[in-house]
Ligand binder design. Structure first.
Ligand code: KIV
Length: 261
């Protein structure tokens, strides 16, 4: 497993590959994939629990899913999201970050220009990832950020301050690739992009999107599988088999398992 320090040192040396994960079986599989970071993101709320917004996610929900993921992950750095409002004040941030670490996270991520909170956590030995650009916990609309000069400048400054405050990496979400490139050149820690073009130091995707679990995904997602089709077909065929009586056929019942020896 890579430590936060080792991931930080990947800057300029190797790309950082990160995927979200929310449950035990997926964690068991992804832990074998030689990824650098597995991430229990608060997208949990949308892609696993069916909420409209990530702000519906509570620390209890995060702890529940993080525990399941931890039981499946042994080889990969495990990052956990701090949910909406859980890091609004330094003391609350520290308490909640410690809860996530106690539940098995190796480090935590928070959204937005909270460099003072980051410094508070880092000073107390907690490894933190920052996140700028589109901030789903508070965004009114899920649109590309930093498309105008002023907002691009603001986002760049936020990323620089987060890195200076001690973040070991910064996620850049949904912004023009030119801005992501400028941020990547300006900070000394890896940038991990999602919808931020090819010049980041690494890339992250929501696993449900890249596995094609939904009919639709954001334009920047490459679908590495089509689980929507696979599950749909499997469910339909199972239903037909049960109704026609073709399942279970003989091979699936009354099998005598012979003991060895
Ligand atoms: O919660 C999440 O999945 C995220 C990714 C979009 C990076 O923050």
């Amino acid at each position: 497993m890579k430590t936060a320090g080792q991931i930080r040192q990947m800057k300029g040396q190797a790309k950082v590959a990160m995927l979200t994960v929310y449950d035990y079986p997926t964690a068991c599989i992804l832990d074998r994939c030689d990824l650098d970071i597995l991430f229990v993101g608060d997208t949990l709320g949308q892609v696993e629990l069916g909420f409209k917004r990530t702000s519906a996610v509570t620390i209890e929900m995060m702890l529940h899913h993080l525990g399941a993921v931890r039981r499946g992950v042994g080889e990969t750095h495990l990052l956990a999201d701090m949910p909406y409002q859980s890091y609004a004040k330094p003391q609350r941030a520290l308490q909640n970050a410690r809860k996530l670490l106690d539940a098995g996270a190796d480090s935590v991520k928070l959204e937005g220009a909270h460099d003072k909170i980051v410094a508070h956590l880092v000073d107390r030995g907690i490894d933190v990832v920052g996140h700028v650009g589109l901030l789903p916990q508070t965004a009114r609309r899920y649109v590309r950020q930093g498309t105008k000069e002023k907002s691009a400048e603001r986002i760049l400054k936020q990323a620089v301050r987060l890195a200076q405050a001690g973040c070991y990496a910064v996620v850049l979400e949904h912004m023009p690739s030119k801005l992501a490139r400028e941020i990547t050149e300006a900070v000394l820690v890896p940038t991990i992009g999602i919808g931020a073009g090819p010049d980041c130091d690494g890339q992250v995707l929501v696993v449900n999107d890249m596995l094609g679990l939904f009919e639709h995904a954001p334009y920047y997602v490459k679908r590495y599988a089509n689980l929507f089709e696979t599950i749909l077909k499997a469910g339909e065929v199972f239903g037909q088999d049960v109704k026609s009586g073709s399942y279970p056929s003989e091979e699936f019942y009354d099998r005598v398992i012979k003991r060895r020896g």
